[in-house]
Design a binder for this molecule. Sequence first.
Ligand SMILES: Cc1ncc(COP(=O)(O)O)c(C=O)c1O
Length: 370
Amino acid sequence: MNDPRAPRPHADPGEVAARVKATVRPKIRAMAAYPVAKAVGMIKLDAMENPYGLTGEARAAIAAAVANVRINRYPDGAGDELKAALRRSLALPDDVALLLGNGSDELLTMLTAVVAKPGAVVLAPDPSFVLYRTNAELANLRFVGVPLAADLTLDVDAMLTAIARERPALVWLAYPNNPTGTLFAAEDVERIIRAAPGIVAVDEAYYAFADASFLPRVLEFPNLIVVRTVSKIGMAGVRLGYAAAHPAWIAELDKVRPPYNVNALTQAVVPVLLAHGDLLAEQAAAIRRERARVAAALAGLRRVAVFPSHANFVLARVPDADAWFATLKDAGILVKNVGGWHPLLANCLRITIGTPAENNALLETLGRYA
Ligand SMILES: Cc1ncc(COP(=O)(O)O)c(C=O)c1O
């Protein structure tokens, strides 16, 4: 009777489908799950990861830290030791409050949740990171995308006009922007922060590859929240993001944070990696050098245009993004075909910077094909 392997009757699939249809929000049923391409055995240049592994010494330090984690216990809900390690590594003053997220993805969701009043608007340049829009729609908020200029720079006048018209509760500025790699002018960002009635979240996922940041200025404005992630500097697997802001903002965000959202292994590992800051900085510098080399080589190909990038990827417009993507895939190289995401991205590929050998494989394949 209680044999778990004994065959049990299954609910009728038609009835399951009918219940799903009757119960799940139509908006969700019409959506697609966030696509993650399978990349086993491929050169992976599609997800803005750091391509470099860790040295043996760093690995051993991580192993030792993990060995001591008491995984029978819930993690520290506030993540105080991890916050202290972040503060040390960022030289962050005590009066700036921090909030940790399970990846910055989770912080994006929390920021959207705290402003989700009926009728509230979320606004961002378009194209930008897709989750700004998805999160707004999931929270039943209206998303207003303000098109970038044709050269993918910020149309600050259009942004200011839209802000005056829409009075958004939340404005997202990816700084540098994904998927374009562009870095908006600091004066423009400042004008937007001053004009916006609600939160301006400056998302600095790619800060390590740019020479600009609003983190040192986070307390200068009453409505600025800086969001970052450790994903792009070499720790995508641990899933950690942080938001820095005036304590009054962080106190509200903390109310929508799931308890224990940052697991004990992440809390143990990240401080060890942050203590290897020189290694991470060297890797970021190598990625920037390779970015310059890859961008120049791509720009030298016939009929290819490369947009200036301040991130760990480059956006290139090619004659036929579908065909170029397929050619690379056949050669075992996975990039992101963003050509269908937005009219301004027509025929664009987003190419994450890999190791020199990976980048050579990319450039050789495209050099033969172009
Ligand atoms: C602009 C931007 N913000 C946030 C994220 C999310 O990063 P994570 O959830 O890995 O911290 C990404 C990921 O690509 C991104 O491009």
